[in-house]
Design a protein around this ligand. Sequence first.
Ligand code: NAD
Ligand code: LMR
Length: 340
Amino acid sequence: MRPSLLKSTAELLRRSRGYASTANPERKVAILGAAGGIGQPLSLLMKLNPLVSSLSLYDIAGTPGVAADVSHINSPALMKGFMGDDQLGEALEGSDIVIIPAGVPRKPGMTRDDLFNINAGIVKALCTAIAKHCPNALVNMISNPVNSTVPIAAEVFKKAGTYDEKKLFGVTTLDVVRAKTFYAGKAGVPVTEVNVPVVGGHAGITILPLFSQATPASNSLSQEDIEALTKRTQDGGTEVVEAKAGKGSATLSMAYAGAVFADACLKGLNGVPDIVECSFVQSTVTELPFFASKVRLGKNGVEEVLGLGELNDFEKKGLESLKVELKSSIEKGIKFAHGN
Ligand SMILES: NC(=O)c1ccc[n+]([C@@H]2O[C@H](COP(=O)([O-])OP(=O)(O)OC[C@H]3O[C@@H](n4cnc5c(N)ncnc54)[C@H](O)[C@@H]3O)[C@@H](O)[C@H]2O)c1
Ligand SMILES: O=C(O)C[C@H](O)C(=O)O
């Protein structure tokens, strides 16, 4: 093939995948908690994303080093590190997307809710700053417990008068990443071709993978296999926490999942059609005010919250069981936001 033809074919391919180099607007992404276990690899992955033109790394310490390190990579995104309260405003100013992996991770024996006392305050302070400095940004919440930190963020934004339910996301992509990997392994299908919706929330039984809707469908899996896959997906975080034996929770797979979700948000903002990911958002899919399900992403964030589709009896039972815990975690977040 002639070099000129090769070049235009490559450009066409890039465009068809939503990475057109010339047509895309400037996009600023800020990562809060960028020097942490998730923050560092996530910074690396966002620096590699061709849709990012400016990357702002914020943490209470260590960000200048991370920013200097990542800035040497050969990709267009301009990098800057910000450290401490005084620099938070500048870090956020003009952001299109703010990703929040700030806060403490679990140790063996802890639940995600055990992180509430520390992380709720961190998230509240960071969201107060977002409302002030970049009220129109999409906010991708990674900090646990997601089932409570997302409602906290919503209340902070409501109080500031900046809440837009289309722009607040609990990042549950890691549950989908795990469900895909576990399903592909068991069903013997290539993981790159697999899709599995995961609904509900992001803790224990509130994580509900819908393997009846997995594609490609598999008829080799027994009900026992499906129940084991469901349990493994629900306990995926704990599996990593125990394997790390006190050195934290998932960081690398979470950075991957966070980058996948942020990339989907960027494509949505840029007008790429049919971008659908699962996320924990304000919802009317059930009677709960927040719920994770498939969401179509667009130029303003959430374009459409998609329904659950048809559930089998096992999934229906799982859905009913998760509601009590999820409701209480949501209410805990709302109460905290009002009480402090
Ligand atoms: N949503 C998910 O699927 C998912 C997956 C994995 C981990 N997590 C959660 O992500 C969070 C971070 O995990 P980690 O392993 O990166 O932890 P970590 O301790 O390695 O890093 C957290 C970072 O947050 C920073 N930080 C603390 N207070 C801050 C503040 N006020 N402003 C800015 N930065 C602040 C710390 O300095 C640290 O660098 C935890 O709450 C963890 O439970 C969520
Ligand atoms: O399990 C954790 O505490 C971290 C995260 O929520 C995960 O699912 O890996």
